[in-house]
Design a protein. Structure first.
Length: 175
């Protein structure tokens, strides 16, 4: 897969070190679908491996491949939602756990592009200009997509309203 055998140890080391964080990112991008997240990460790693010897910043390159791959899959399938999360026997009934489940379901009802924008802006803490460059769209598109996605999340998950008004979502400035 990797053209130069000398690059193989560096690639393997990168994958071993960054896989936990990257699978979490993939999980968020796929709205909590573990199998789709694994597929997304595997496909993105395969694409990255082919260009490994030419990449200056492997983390940034791989993340961009993941975002674009997820959008590409979404465009091909034109699916706007994923299956509901399965019921968990004996699930913890605390507010945080319930909120997490509600948020996962709500994220599943957003488009892949809306999820990508929210993940990049608020989970990855990237500026609007960086998100626009990563996704290949304008800053205005990032702003409007984030606005619509947050409004949809608040509609689907009213429990987030207090978190939304008390958080950095409302006071962010483009860095």
């Amino acid at each position: 897969m990797i053209g130069d055998c000398a690059d193989r140890p560096a690639f393997d080391e990168f994958v071993a070190a960054r896989s936990p964080a990257l699978i979490r990112l993939a999980y968020l991008l796929t709205a909590g679908d573990q199998h789709a997240a694994e597929d997304l990460l595997q496909t993105s790693l395969a694409k990255t491996a082919l260009r490994w010897h030419k990449i200056d910043d492997p983390e940034a390159y791989l993340r961009q491949v993941m975002y674009r791959q997820q959008i590409s899959w979404w465009r091909r399938r034109r699916e706007y939602a994923v299956a509901e999360l399965p019921e968990q026997a004996g699930a913890d009934a605390t507010y945080d756990v319930e909120l997490k489940i509600v948020v996962q379901k709500a994220l599943g009802k957003l488009t892949a592009k809306q999820r990508a924008v929210l993940v990049l802006r608020y989970f990855e803490d990237q500026s609007e200009s960086t998100v626009a460059a990563t996704l290949g769209c304008s800053i205005g598109t990032v702003r409007s997509t984030a606005h619509r996605a947050l409004a949809r999340l608040l509609q689907l998950c009213p429990e987030l309203h207090d978190l939304y008004t008390d958080s950095a979502f409302t006071s962010r400035k483009d860095r």
